[in-house]
Design a protein around this ligand. Structure first.
Ligand code: PGA
Length: 258
């Protein structure tokens, strides 16, 4: 019922020329994979070039961040209106944004509302830090991030209009991002089922929760991807490091199709 989704988060890597090269390498392999939604999220500067290369393919484009205002005197920021001209998706509240750029649940909430208002599908990132994990606070932290990140929204109405959940969640334990130490597939599935989907069900109803895709992210590689995708509540992956290598990203995406 939920179509798997694999998204590549390029972070602050790749010039325009490098982005063109990487995307050209990826397109044939990705195009050959059916039954999975594929999203590439390059830096803002490469969006236009990558978009041109994706034209006529089924591969979609995402941005890595946005401001919540439509326009205004916000030097250096990019608005949802601008992003919606180019992309279908936008990553919101990635742990690197929370750690280095002061993003909190309230900014995640504003950005999510703004993204949806402009027809973008937000990929909202949640996840506990190593310290929180070690002190047994995973449930409390992730539950709070979901409830505050999605506060004051009438999502049921939106999904009824669109016929599907208007958002995607990515569960990314901070200690697993870029460390090579992925969560266990069972552990990630348990957080997604018992905390993320359960909180979404309380907020917006069972039907909405079961139509919302939840990805796992954090050191997903070709050799561990299928373990995650076999889990009943994991609907795909948000891939960082391995999305910068075409054959790795293609194999991870292929694993989501089987
Ligand atoms: P990683 O990053 O795959 O390099 O661990 C994941 C992410 O930050 O989304």
């Amino acid at each position: 019922m939920r179509k798997p989704l694999v998204a590549g988060n390029w972070k602050m890597y790749k010039t325009v020329a490098e982005a063109r090269h990487l995307v050209s390498e990826m397109v044939p392999g990705l195009q050959a994979i059916e039954g999975v939604e594929k999203v590439i999220c390059p830096p803002f500067t490469a969006l236009l070039a990558v978009r041109a290369l994706l034209e006529g393919t089924e591969i979609e484009l995402g941005a890595q961040n946005l401001h919540w205002e439509t326009s205004g005197a916000y030097t250096g920021e990019i608005s949802p209106l601008m992003i919606s001209e180019l992309c279908q998706y936008v990553i919101i509240g990635h742990s690197e944004r929370r750690t280095y750029f002061g993003e909190v649940d309230d900014t995640v909430n504003r950005k999510t509302q703004a993204a949806m208002m402009h027809g973008l599908i937000p990929i909202i990132c949640v996840g506990e830090s190593l310290e929180e994990y070690e002190s047994g606070m995973t449930e409390e932290i992730v539950d709070r991030q979901i409830r505050q990140g999605l506060a004051k929204m009438d999502l049921q109405e939106k999904s009824a209009q669109q016929g599907q959940s208007p958002l995607v969640i990515a569960y990314e334990p901070v200690w697993a991002i870029g460390t090579g130490k992925a969560a266990t597939a069972e552990g990630a599935n348990a957080v997604i089922a018992n905390v993320i989907r359960a909180s979404i069900a309380e907020l917006f109803g069972e039907e909405f929760a079961s139509s919302t895709r939840v990805l796992y992210g954090g050191s997903v590689k070709p050799d561990n991807a299928s373990e995650f995708f076999m889990q009943p509540d994991i609907d795909g992956a948000l891939v960082g490091g391995a999305s910068l290598n075409s054959s790795d990203f293609i194999s991870i995406t292929r694993a989501a199709a089987t």
